[in-house]
Design a protein around this ligand. Sequence first.
Ligand code: PLP
Length: 387
Amino acid sequence: MTEFDFMTRIDRSKTNAIKTKAQEDEQDLIPLWIADMDFVAFPELQETAHSYADQQIYGYTYAAHTLFDAIQYWEEKQHHYTFDKEAIILVEGVVPAIGLAIQSFTQKNDGILINSPAYPPFARTIELNERKLFRSPLIEKEGLYFFDFVEMEDLFKSGQIKLYILCSPHNPGGRVWTKDELFKIGKLCQKYHVLLIADEIHQDLIWDGTEQHSFNTLSPEFKNFAIIISSATKTFNLAGTKCAFAIIENLDLRKKYLHQRLVNNQHEINSLGLMMTETAFRYGTPWLSALKAQIQINLSYLMAELTHKTAIKIMKPQGTYLVWLDFSSYGLTDTQLHQILIKDAKVMLNKGSSFGVEGELHARLNLASPYETIKTGVDRLVNTFGK
Ligand SMILES: Cc1ncc(COP(=O)(O)O)c(C=O)c1O
């Protein structure tokens, strides 16, 4: 038994939670979609939120040096990544931090590469900034995604790619890239002078048998062209409090990024986000261990039920609390699939096609809910898609 609460089911519909918004129309839906968790925050986080409320005055604040210490502490302890405090640049979110990098380091019509399927805001942010979007589809082999190094090198060689966005671990596939794979990516970027953004927001949620490597730990040379972006908000479920960070070791890149942050007036971070991030990194380790155990229990139930009782093909995640499900064997159209999920199964998942064409006839399921919620959702999938 864990000392932490992963059982209580909170009614989030009263809190304007995006996850439960669709229930205004379909009350009986089980929401297993958007990537946040339905678990209560650990006690120190709740105390921090209360202490913020108790301040009674909610004006402008600055980031305490202890927050930077906490970020360094976490990155070193969890990921063996050490860097100077000056390399840390706070931004309100990981997606905004990626947008800022796009604006800082590329010009209109420059090419930016992502691997597909991809977390939807990558493509959106590239296109809305009027950069040219290139996708290199991942190759699926034995239930895992792999890079297509040949295609990626061809694209780099063509000279069209200025920036590459690496999702590490991968959302939606849950792939944790190996040291060799990451090293190869780094060498390619180095060879063709491509800047790299490593979105490592899911880096703390890694399952047994796999090892996560923060990109800049692979080679000191990579620090010259790689920008690491992460936050405490995925691991500790603080997305609404808005606080993330970029780590930029190369001084020229850092200066450009800081300048663009000021141009955009993005240098002020949510006061509560600053406090919650520090508490999460300082006190979160025991809760994180317990969380991982709970997610594994949820995953085991899903694997056992869906593997044996349905024809849904499951990409078993090596990391992240997300599961990529392939419904292509049912002979449905994409529209039919998602209608059936909502109207018959009454389970709300993320549409696979929003991650790119490779995601058609797929859906992404979020395991980070109390066991009873996951069980109900999985049982409904079995009832609807049972063999
Ligand atoms: C890969 C990835 N990056 C970024 C984000 C969101 O980051 P933020 O809310 O800090 O913008 C998510 C959320 O699910 C994600 O999966």
